[in-house]
Design a protein around this ligand. Structure first.
Ligand SMILES: C=C(O[C@@H]1C=C(C(=O)O)C=C[C@H]1O)C(=O)O
Length: 386
């Protein structure tokens, strides 16, 4: 029977996977610079580091040395029947037609043979407001009940400075950025997506369509090759599955590829490896610098969306999830920002990209009790075939 510790005021961090979860309490140190956190681990000043890396590593991280970090079997299960107060969307950032226009603009740039950009991941955000305050743990419990995959995270962002004081990032990410156990490193990038449908025939047609889509396989390949290039100097040989496989969440189908390597320096920490591979082309694009510049010029700072949330211990073991399907809950417990994005290549279509972000929002919106944001696939029968 898995233990389900009840979060207390001292609980700062939760990282849940289908087979195990970790809970951190208290802090003995905070780091905005990941290399200072690595130094604390390598010198054994800290027995572990937990928290969040921002999308743009030039911005402050929210990393903490916890007073305690406990491992538990099984996924985290919050209090069942967790209620959340009524919530609504107060704004779209940008408005959906502007996101559509941005995607069209990016497609034109990607199709220009003189432009070095091969892929860029564009995202949009929703501002949410609830009638009364909720805790990040209530939100996580709701997210876990709706998502059901066992993948969950909650992390206090206060360590990143005044702008983030009392804010938490809460999400149900299906994507493992990087895991290190002993000298083995594994990654499981996802890229190439299709919304799930409640109609089984449409749902399997969508999965088949994604598996056979040249555009999605190309988008996926870019991510896998980017990770191989980032890992090879650290690992020597890197094993990559020949073919992507289908990964599903209750709301999305994705293409995913397991990657595995053996690190040359067994003392290297999971945090150093996460910093070395982030941001992957699954959340940024390629070439990385050009894609990141376009994202920052288009969207502004993403903060901790499309960053990474995870843990690393002084032995070097740890695991970092890509921070997607998430929301930042403000210190008032009533206002939140949720994000969703998608990879854009020259063959992408703005309508599909807008749809994809709408579908990706469903995970986090369901946790807020919002199911009327968009009508895609809400019809119980006879939904439009893919
Ligand atoms: C950027 C997001 O998702 C990422 C982008 C994907 C894609 O472009 O197909 C798929 C999974 C994630 O790597 C998100 O959910 O916000």
């Amino acid at each position: 029977m898995p233990t389900t510790p009840v979060p207390t005021n001292a609980t700062t961090f939760l990282h849940s996977r289908p087979d195990h979860h970790l809970v951190a309490e208290g802090t003995t140190g905070q780091f905005t610079d990941p290399s200072a956190a690595v130094e604390a681990l390598r010198s054994r000043t800290a027995h572990a580091v937990v928290g969040a890396l921002p999308f743009d590593l030039r911005e402050p991280a929210a990393l903490m040395a916890p007073r305690s970090l406990r491992h538990h079997d099984g996924p985290w299960r919050g209090a069942s029947g967790a209620e959340v107060p009524a919530a609504g969307i107060t704004s779209e950032i940008p408005a959906s037609d502007e996101h559509h226009r941005r995607v069209a603009h990016a497609i034109a740039a990607l199709a220009d043979p003189t432009n070095p950009l091969d892929k860029v991941v564009l995202a949009r955000a929703l501002r949410l407001c609830t009638e009364s305050a909720l805790t990040p743990w209530q939100l996580a419990a709701r997210l876990g009940q709706g998502d059901g995959t066992g993948n969950l995270f909650v992390t206090d962002l206060s360590a990143a400075g005044a702008r983030f004081a009392g804010h938490h990032l809460v999400g149900a990410s299906p994507e493992v950025l990087l895991r290190k156990q002993g000298s083995t490193v594994t990654c499981h990038p996802l890229a190439g997506s299709a919304p799930r449908s409640p109609d089984p025939t449409t749902d399997s047609a969508r999965a088949r369509g994604l598996a056979g889509s040249t555009k999605d396989r190309h988008e996926h390949r870019i991510v896998v090759e980017g990770l191989r290039t980032a890992l090879e100097p650290l690992c020597g040989t890197v094993e990559v599955a020949d073919e992507p496989s289908m990964v599903s969440t209750p709301t999305m189908w994705h293409l995913g590829t397991p990657i595995r390597g053996t690190v040359a320096d067994p003392g290297i920490t999971a945090l150093e490896l996460a910093v070395a591979v982030h941001p992957t082309a699954a959340v940024c694009g390629t070439p990385t610098g050009a894609a990141r510049d376009l994202i920052l010029a288009t969207e502004g700072s993403r903060g901790f969306y499309a960053g990474a949330v995870g843990w690393s211990d002084a032995a070097g073991n740890g695991e970092w999830m890509v921070s997607i399907r998430c929301a930042e809950l403000a210190d008032d417990g009533r206002t939140a920002t949720a994000w969703a994005g998608g990879g854009v290549v020259a063959q992408s279509r703005p309508d599909d990209e807008l749809h994809e972000t709408t579908a990706k929002f469903r995970t986090i919106l369901a946790a807020f009790g919002i199911d009327d944001y968009a009508t895609i696939d809400r019809a119980p029968t006879g939904v439009q075939s893919a």
